[in-house]
Design a protein around this ligand. Structure first.
Ligand code: ATP
Length: 212
């Protein structure tokens, strides 16, 4: 069996007076899509932010490819793409300018490639329109265009289906499956009824089969 990209052992997180989860252990293997499930407020976003290294209020162990994620932080960050539950784009900038800015810190990507990625998310003709003039779903699609050019093997995606129409949802599902088929792994939170073949589950706030 291939080595897990991520391993979590006995994760615990407390917010305020409340323990959101404890003794949470799972492995994220290459070739898998894992859905984090649970009712509102059970800690899905919190868990994803912990996995992405954006929240330090936790205890337990997190390994990246079998090694301490803390020690191998730079390698981990190079190989992980995190999309938060807000689109995270700037309203005054165009989709092209946003996508250029979002990808620039990782690696230079040619404008023709960015243009095509935006067209691929249904934004053909809107590449140079300020994002403040786009709908909520179109703004989300600007952020999602990153998935079309992402070479990071691990994707951590928080509520990326929000505001997306039925065709868009199917396109994202296909993208997630392709990432897994290419040997990557996806961890996704969603209230959308995502059902992919072989999908793993981490269930928060109730009965759990989180020993994946
Ligand atoms: N900034 C914060 N400070 C303190 N507590 C917070 C903060 N953000 C969230 N919480 C608490 O942490 C808990 C988990 O929040 P989180 O956003 O991870 O839940 P979630 O499962 O993603 O919810 P949803 O399905 O509504 O998006 C909630 O009960 C919330 O009250």
């Amino acid at each position: 069996m291939s080595e897990p990209l991520l391993q979590a052992a006995n994760l615990q997180c407390e917010r305020g007076e409340r323990i959101l989860f404890r003794d949470l252990s799972f492995s994220i293997l290459p070739g898998t899509v894992t859905r984090v499930e649970g009712a509102n407020g059970t800690g899905k976003t919190t868990l994803l932010r912990i996995l992405a290294g954006l929240n330090d209020a936790w205890s337990g162990e997190l390994l990246w490819r079998g090694q301490s994620r803390v020690i191998h932080r730079e390698e981990f960050l190079r190989n992980m793409l995190y999309l938060g539950h807000r689109p995270g784009i700037k309203a005054l900038l165009t989709p092209m300018e946003n996508l250029r800015a979002l990808t620039a810190s990782r690696r230079p990507v040619a404008d023709t490639v960015l243009h095509q990625a935006l067209a691929g998310t249904g934004l053909d003709g809107f590449q140079e329109v300020p994002c403040r003039k786009l709908s909520a779903g179109q703004q989300r699609r600007v952020a999602l265009a990153r998935l079309l050019i992402a070479d990071e093997p691990l994707w951590l995606l928080d509520e990326v289906f929000t505001a997306i129409d039925a065709d868009g949802v199917r396109a994202i599902e296909t993208l997630l499956q392709h990432r897994a088929e290419e040997g990557g792994a996806v961890v996704v939170t969603t209230h959308h009824d995502l059902q992919l073949p072989g999908m793993q589950r981490i269930v928060l706030g109730g009965e759990s089969d989180d020993e994946c």
